[in-house]
Design a protein around this ligand. Structure first.
Ligand code: ADP
Ligand code: MG
Length: 384
């Protein structure tokens, strides 16, 4: 090319949509497991249509007064509610495909799966070889779209996969010493984290499965991933495409997060929350609930600094980022309390606006300067 690249400023949907959008919240009901059936479980969740969910406390079905006062029934409405027959591809296309399109336009996106242990978070995010989940389908989509659009065939897709366990950050692709978090122009980053350059989707599934095996296990159940481990996959995409006579350079980041089990840690009762805090059950999840509360209530101070997870999610929750939450639930009445808790937080998360916070808030999202924010940098090909 005989042209010269010149920065002409910030344009594009990255800016236009960054303000005023809110977290999109989806609920996914998983099928009843064999274990639950054997334990004589009944289903207490009904997906009424594409959005509405009914939860019934079967324990109070005999309690005429409780039901009469409506205490045993709970109704929720989400951006979409997935019944247990929903395929991985359907979950991906409804919840995440738009975010991936946004990432290709240079707009950061985050998806996090939230729910009790056994509710289907890892199945939704990672999935299996036969039924790959959101992480793999997103990367597959990125590969195919970037290849189609890249103007000179040069592009890069870099992966990093990390874990937050017990307030320690570890690299899942290259396990070793704990990593320190530091703030740079891009936001909060884990220093020394491996950036793995991916060349095909086939290798990605293997890589992620290996990474998942590196997640911390409970000493008592060595084969099972700890229910207190949060796994974060970050995918950075860089490519250039031709827009008329202009070469547009795009950098976008997609974060896909398989959170720790939310049981007990996110009690809706304030008093219980405090006692759990004392017991240091899961500081990161408690901090996440505090941040959600503070964001929903429009507080000036958002306590991102209270945990490693919330520091890493700062841009996703309060910044200019498109964010999706998938709440995973079991149908079993034996998990009623956990399901109620999950749906309560999912309902609350709907109110979070993902936009720049008011000036003067020291914890607020800082708009990156033009140099740092390459995602919004448009390079213009100057004719000589
Ligand atoms: P979590 O990560 O929330 O602890 P998992 O994703 O490991 O839960 O799910 C628990 C079990 O249920 C696993 O055996 C998983 O394969 C199965 N499972 C979860 N969701 C689904 C689903 N939508 N369809 C089929 N099986 C599922
Ligand atoms: Mg899991």
């Amino acid at each position: 090319m005989g042209g010269k690249l010149k920065a002409v400023g910030e344009i594009g949907p990255g800016n236009a949509d960054a303000t005023g959008s809110r977290i999109l919240v989806f609920v996914r009901l998983r099928p009843m497991s064999r274990k639950e059936k054997e334990a004589g479980s009944k289903s207490c969740v009904k997906i009424l249509n594409k959005k509405d969910v009914d939860l019934t406390d079967l324990a109070s079905e005999n309690d005429y007064l409780r039901l009469k006062r409506g205490r045993g029934h709970h109704h929720f409405c989400f951006d979409a509610s997935f019944p247990d027959s929903t395929t991985q591809a359907e979950v991906y296309s409804t919840s995440t495909a738009d975010l991936v399109e946004g990432v290709l336009q240079g707009r950061n996106g985050t998806v996090f799966c939230y729910g009790a242990t056994g509710a289907g978070k890892t199945y939704t995010m990672l999935g299996t070889m036969e039924n790959p989940g959101v992480m793999v389908l997103a990367i597959k989509d990125l590969f195919s779209k970037v290849r189609q659009r890249s103007y000179d065939g040069s592009h890069s897709i870099q992966l990093s996969y990390l874990e937050v366990y017990n307030e320690t950050v570890r690299d899942l692709l290259s396990p070793g010493r704990p990593l320190l978090l530091r703030e740079d122009k891009q936001g909060i980053v884990a220093a020394g984290l491996t950036q793995y350059r991916a060349y095909s989707t086939d290798e990605v599934m293997k890589l992620l499965q290996q990474g998942n095996q590196n997640r911390t296990t409970e000493p008592t159940r060595m084969n099972e991933t700890s229910s207190r481990s949060h796994a974060i996959l970050q995918v950075v995409v860089e490519y250039r495409y031709l827009d008329g006579a202009n070469i547009v350079a795009r950098v976008g980041k997609l974060s896909l997060i398989d959170l720790a089990g939310s049981e007990r840690a996110l009690a809706t009762d304030q008093r219980t929350q405090r006692s759990l805090e004392g017991a240091n059950i899961n500081r990161s999840l408690l901090a996440l609930s505090s941040c959600i509360n503070a964001l929903v209530e429009g507080k000036r101070h958002i306590p991102y600094r209270n945990s490693k997870l919330t520091q890493l999610l700062k841009d996703s929750l309060g910044g200019a980022c498109n964010t999706v939450m998938i709440a995973n639930i079991s149908p079993s009445n034996l998990s009623f309390g956990e399901t109620q808790n999950t749906l309560h937080w999912a309902d609350r998360a709907k109110e979070i606006k993902t936009k720049a916070m008011t000036a003067g808030n020291e914890e607020s999202y800082k708009a990156p300067d033009a140099d740092a924010d390459q995602s919004k940098l448009v390079l213009e090909l100057q004719k000589e």
